[in-house]
Every structure is written in structure tokens, then in C-alpha cells.
Design a protein around this ligand. Structure first.
Ligand code: CA
Length: 245
């Protein structure tokens, strides 16, 4: 299976800085988006630390080769995210001004015909398969907890004033639990990693339509998604990685 991938990260229309970061290591099949939070540019530091940790761990543990079986690759991804959390946590203890900083992370690691998806926080991974859009991650956010309890609808959650409250993030505790799922990949699959600047501006159905229209062209798809989020108001930084198999 050949892989085509493209990433776009944009400050949006309201914010002055872009606190999102992304990773696109097409050769080794590792892709990630991190959405930083915390004042005084600390969010930028946190998301950058998360992405740098994944990148450096990949170079250290698997220089130019694969990470092994699906199980081995999954364990590697979990440990790499835990390492990123530890690095951010340690950085906060050394730099007083970074107190309160944190970041989400969502990552896709290819292992043969499988895609391993790991995440912490409210950045998402979607899969477009056969014209249907599947949400492959479940947000670690206050509003999503309310949705799961049946107290809010998806639409209400998207517009809720507390939609930015993340219940699990890198940097907030010395340890972190990483959610991992594995999906078999079939030719034609399109995966999208995004920060919440995309899915708070666009509905899943709008995301699906744009992806379906550009299904063979990750560059056009990622550019069009970011453009649409900005047209809708661009209230937050928006980062999109589109991977076509
Ligand atoms: Ca955000």
C-alpha cells in the first residue's frame, strides 16, 4: 500500500499565535498532532515538546526501520507518549513560568497493514472509509463526558461554553493513561488527525463531504478543511494531517 500524506497548520482568524504542532514522518509511518494550552506562549512549548519527543524517540529506537509487530509498535507508541508527558512535567518543575501548560496529542503509527491510534485529550482522529466518516478517538473533555452520560447532544457539546475543558492532557500529572486502538487499513482509507480548531468549526458531516470530494488528494483535502474552518470563523488554531492509503 502506498501512502500519501499532507499537513496544514494555521493560526486561524482570532488567535495571535499558533500553539498547535504536528509530525509527519511518512517514511516510518508516524503522524501526530498536538494542541498546546497555557499562557505566555507555554502552550506552544508544550505541543512542541510532545512532537519533538515522538520524533526523537523514533530516531533513537527505530532509525530507518520499522518498529516491529503491531503489538510491539503499540507498546512503543504508548511509551513514547508517556515519555513526552514526563518531559513536559519535568519542564514545568524547572520553569516556573510554564506552570499550567499542557498539550493534547493524537498519533497514528503504521505497523504493516495496521494503523495504531493513540491519543490523550480532545484532538481527534477520523477515518473515511467507503464514504462514511468514523470518529476513531473519544475526546477526553468535560463536554464529551456529558455526551456519554446522555446529558448533552453532540451539537450542544460543539457549541457549549465549556467545550475547551480537557479532562486528560500531557503535562498535568506525572503519569498519563494513553488510549490506544488498532485498526486494519484497507486501500482507499483516508485518515485525518486534527486539533479541535477543525471540529469546533465544522460538523462531522461537513468534514466528511470535504474529504470525500478530495479523497485522492491529501494536500487538497487538508488545505480545503483548514480553509473551511477559517471561513466559518477560525476561532482557534487549526491543524490537519490527512493520510491517504
Ligand atoms: Ca485548540
Amino acid at each position: 500500500m502506498t501512502v500519501k500524506a499532507f499537513a496544514v497548520s494555521d493560526v486561524g482568524r482570532r488567535r495571535e499565535t499558533n500553539e498547535d504542532s504536528f509530525l509527519l514522518e511518512q517514511g516510518q509511518g508516524l503522524f501526530a498532532v498536538a494542541d498546546g494550552m497555557g499562557g505566555h506562549a507555554a502552550g506552544e512549548v508544550a505541543s512542541r515538546l510532545a512532537i519533538d519527543t515522538l520524533k526523537e524517540a523514533l530516531q533513537r529506537d527505530a532509525p530507518g526501520r520499522s518498529l516491529g509487530t503491531t503489538d510491539e509498535a503499540g507498546n512503543w507508541l504508548r511509551e513514547a507518549v508517556i515519555e513526552a508527558n514526563r518531559r513536559i512535567w519535568d519542564s514545568i518543575r524547572v520553569h516556573e513560568e510554564r506552570r499550567g501548560m499542557g498539550t493534547t496529542v493524537v498519533a497514528l503509527l503504521r505497523a504493516g497493514d495496521d494503523a495504531i491510534i493513540g491519543h490523550v485529550g480532545d484532538s481527534r482522529l477520523y477515518l473515511l472509509r467507503g464514504g462514511a466518516l468514523h470518529r476513531m478517538t473519544s475526546d477526553h473533555s468535560w463536554v464529551n463526558e456529558q455526551v456519554k452520560l446522555g446529558l448533552l447532544s453532540d451539537e450542544e457539546a460543539q457549541r457549549h461554553p465549556m467545550r475547551n475543558i480537557v479532562t486528560r492532557a500531557l503535562g498535568s500529572r506525572p503519569d498519563v493513561v494513553v488510549d490506544l486502538v488498532t485498526a486494519g487499513v484497507v486501500p482507499g482509507d483516508v485518515f485525518v488527525l486534527c486539533s479541535d480548531g477543525l471540529n469546533t468549526m465544522l460538523s462531522d458531516d461537513e468534514i466528511r463531504e470535504i474529504l470525500e470530494f478530495h479523497r485522492d488528494d491529501p494536500e487538497a483535502a487538508s488545505t480545503a478543511l483548514v480553509h473551511a474552518a477559517n471561513l466559518r470563523g477560525g476561532e482557534d488554531n487549526v491543524t490537519v494531517v490527512v493520510i491517504g492509503f
